[in-house]
Design a protein around this ligand. Structure first.
Ligand SMILES: [Zn+2]
Length: 371
């Protein structure tokens, strides 16, 4: 019979070779209940894996628990957005930063309190109604290696969150630290440095996620139809390694899929590069040809932007979308301004490549400055 006494308030803690009885303060019975529930679920999952023939190791004690599930908003935990505080049942009030990430009109549900490398984070799950866009606008997206994102309206985005010099320095210190082969342990100093490195990486990952979210949010809020190609991003990762790692372009695509009201996925083997965005002429491009001149109509265009353009039309015709509203200069320019305002993001309009729809009206509309 599994142990189900949620009222327990004394626990045995193993200290070296013997057990000490310690008082269990702070955790409410609901939190305990969920810790036990999660443990049961994990055991079940392991059992299922074992049945499928996967190797499953022995269950061991862990020294510490790094996350606590907060089950009920308004009961187990409460947020005060104005005062920027978090109240956790049995633990008290805490100052928190980053509450502006929680959208205005949303349902706050569960949360996970997480300890990571000495810092505490709260992951909050909220329900937001999907963005309703009524403008029937469409955009195509091309994900690349050199410039990470190209849009069919001519905007190119480049974002690199560089591995900081601090990490490089820390890594040097770490690699020189003592490693005991018998105990399989790093020296105290080595362990401390490793914790710092992990913290830096976590920070960078958060920055990347934040950038992905911001770009995807803008696209979802302004375009109903968003076409992208189902590129084998995992394969790129193998080929180009670090660059992809630094931008986590796969993360961007996943975020986009989730947020957009009508995602249009184009198959990975569909030809999208080397199709003239003005006359549709198809040619073969080498990877080094970033800009090309159409042999049929003679117009010069950016490789990635024309690919984004082809992706857009492929996606629209696949789903038989019918008439969509053309993008205009004003919306392109406000998108550019928005993207430029995101830290670490470089956005610009690719040289000659403007969406053909836009060039028709470009004479009167104010032109977009190249950043
Ligand atoms: Zn052409």
């Amino acid at each position: 019979m599994p142990y189900r006494d949620y009222k327990v308030n004394k626990v045995n803690v193993k200290v070296k070779y013997k057990f000490e009885e310690r008082e269990l303060k702070f955790l409410s019975s609901q939190m305990k209940q969920y810790i036990i529930k999660r443990l049961q679920n994990n055991v079940k999952a392991l059992h299922e894996l074992g049945k499928k023939g996967k190797k499953v190791g022995k269950i061991k004690y862990i020294k510490s628990l790094h996350s606590i599930f907060l089950m009920q908003y308004g009961n187990t935990y409460t947020l005060d957005i104005k005062k920027r505080t978090l109240h956790i049942q049995g633990l008290g009030d805490f100052k928190v930063i980053g509450l502006e990430q929680i959208p205005n009109a949303c349902d706050i549900t569960t949360a996970n309190l997480i300890e990571r490398n000495g810092d505490y984070f709260l992951h909050v799950t909220v329900y937001v109604p999907k963005e309703e866009v009524h403008n029937r606008k469409a955009i195509g997206i091309y994900l690349g290696v050199k410039d990470q994102i190209a849009f069919s309206n001519g905007i190119k985005v480049n974002y690199n969150v560089e591995i900081s010099k601090r990490v490089k320095k820390l890594y040097k210190v770490f690699s020189r630290s003592q490693y005991n082969k018998e105990t399989k342990e790093r020296s105290k100093r080595g362990q401390k440095v490793l914790a710092k490195i992990k913290k830096e990486f976590a920070h960078e990952n958060n920055q990347k996620k934040d950038i992905n979210n911001k770009i995807a949010h803008y696209v979802a809020a302004n375009y109903v139809f968003v076409a992208y190609q189902n590129d084998p991003i995992n394969e790129w990762q193998r080929l180009f390694g670090r660059r992809i790692y630094q931008t986590s372009i796969g993360g961007f695509r996943d975020t986009l899929k989730r947020k957009v009201s009508t995602p249009l996925e184009v198959g990975r083997f569909t030809k999208t590069t080397g199709i003239c965005m003005y006359c549709g002429y198809s040619l073969h491009l080498n990877l080094s040809e970033r800009v090309f001149k159409c042999p049929s109509c003679g117009r010069v265009q950016d490789r990635d932007v024309s690919a984004a353009y082809a992706t857009k039309y492929e996606g629209l015709s696949l789903r038989n979308v019918g008439e969509t509203l053309a993008d205009d200069d004003a919306s392109t320019s406000s998108m550019l301004e928005y993207l430029k305002s995101i830290p670490h993001v470089k956005a610009s309009i690719a040289g000659e490549a403007r969406s053909p729809e836009q060039t028709d009206v470009a004479q009167e509309a104010p032109s977009v400055k190249v950043g």
